[in-house]
Design a protein around this ligand. Structure first.
Ligand SMILES: *Cc1c(COP(=O)(O)O)cnc(C)c1O
Length: 367
């Protein structure tokens, strides 16, 4: 079959087209500045992004994985301590725990929200638990009010994984501003995406922020004096230029995605399980997923009609080869999600017509 229209899942060139002139001007300023690492622009972007997050501090780092890893490293938890994480997260969240010599304790998500279930989280807390990493998956804020209350009761640290949720909110409070840390990624496809790798940590605690700043720069505050065993994980100066351009458009990007999500919500038939919409939550739809037991057939059918989709994610963390002997237990909710979920096109590069075409074709799917 030769489709008349094609809809890519993502098109980064087109997504970034509106910013090209400003990117070029930024690059010129960067080039003539002669300062390529941790310059004024990283500091400016850090301040601007901290205000966006409504936190006191933000420190730019090399990636989202580094942000999660450094947040845990700051506390120097005893090896083997337990960190609670949702069983359906992206592998990076779990790697950050494992790479710190800590034990990931996977908790099943709520099948309606795909986010950590506060009740199941409470049941997973032991005397060895030191932290919770809620992941605001697909751009929807977790029930942070319940999770923060739980963490306070049990004296646990909270590191939010905000890689998919720049600007998401619960009851007017921004993701990344609830916990001790908010770990962000600026990977090119994220809601705020760089033209390369990038990430960082938001926090309201000046001491935690100072610790992160040392670790990212070889454990040093003053050049050539090393106070802790740090690493090299600095947000690139050039990426900070690009990110500052796009930060001004982040609310536009999120609103565009919310608008496309609204089209899907109202247009798609109820035979597909759509993302839940709850009062008090401002969702930013990094991903718009639907679920159906006929996921694989639907995906092929859409592809035959020129529509590209993705699966987030095809293999749950506990089934990954890399996690053999690391993760124990059965995770039926996670398996259910991983075998039925399909992500539809919902980028800043997509038009209403693109999404209306996807809706029209998907609604005609039958087998
Ligand atoms: C993208 C992502 C990360 C990792 O970010 P990188 O910048 O690619 O290292 C971590 N957690 C989640 C949920 C993500 O989606």
């Amino acid at each position: 079959m030769n489709p008349t229209k094609t809809v890519p899942y993502e098109n980064l060139q087109k997504l970034n087209q509106p910013f090209e002139a400003e990117f070029r001007a930024s690059f010129d300023r960067f080039l003539v500045s002669g300062w390529y690492i941790l310059g004024k622009q990283v500091a400016t972007f850090e301040q601007n992004f901290a205000s966006y997050c409504r936190t006191a501090h933000f420190t730019g780092l090399a990636s989202g994985l580094d942000a999660l890893t450094i947040a845990l490293q700051v506390y120097g938890f005893k090896k083997g301590s337990e960190v609670i994480v949702p069983s359906n997260t992206y592998i990076a969240t779990i790697l950050a725990i494992v790479n710190n010599g800590l034990k990931p304790v996977l908790v099943e998500p709520d099948l309606r929200t795909y986010n950590l279930d506060p009740e199941l989280t409470a049941r997973a807390i032991t005397t060895k638990t030191v932290a919770i990493i809620p992941v605001h998956l697909y751009g929807k804020c977790c029930n942070m009010e319940a999770l923060m209350a739980l963490a306070r009761t049990h004296n646990l640290k909270v590191i939010e994984d905000v890689a998919q949720a720049h600007g998401a909110e619960q009851n007017g409070h921004r993701a990344g501003a609830f916990g001790d840390f908010g770990a962000f990624s600026f990977y090119p496809t994220k809601n705020l995406g760089a033209l390369g790798d990038g990430g960082g940590l938001s926090t309201n605690d000046p001491q935690l922020d100072a610790a992160v700043r040392m670790i990212r720069n070889y454990g040093s505050k003053v050049k050539y004096y090393n106070e802790v065993a740090g690493i090299n994980s600095r947000l690139d100066e050039l990426q900070a230029f690009f990110l500052d351009v796009k930060l001004k458009a982040l609310d536009d990007i999120n609103n565009h995605k919310r608008h496309l999500a609204h089209l899907y919500h109202t247009g798609l038939t109820d035979r597909f399980v759509k993302p839940v919409v709850e009062a008090g939550y401002h969702d930013v739809y990094h991903i718009f997923n639907i679920r159906t037991p006929e996921r694989d057939a639907l995906r092929t059918y859409l592809e035959n009609h020129g529509i590209k989709t993705e699966i987030h994610y095809p293999v749950p963390p506990h089934r990954q080869k890399a996690m053999q002997g690391v993760i124990e237990g059965n995770f039926p909710i996670s398996e259910e999600i991983h075998s039925t979920t399909l992500s539809l096109p919902i980028s800043y590069c997509h038009t209403d017509e693109d999404v209306e075409y996807v809706i029209e074709v998907a609604n005609r799917f039958h087998r």
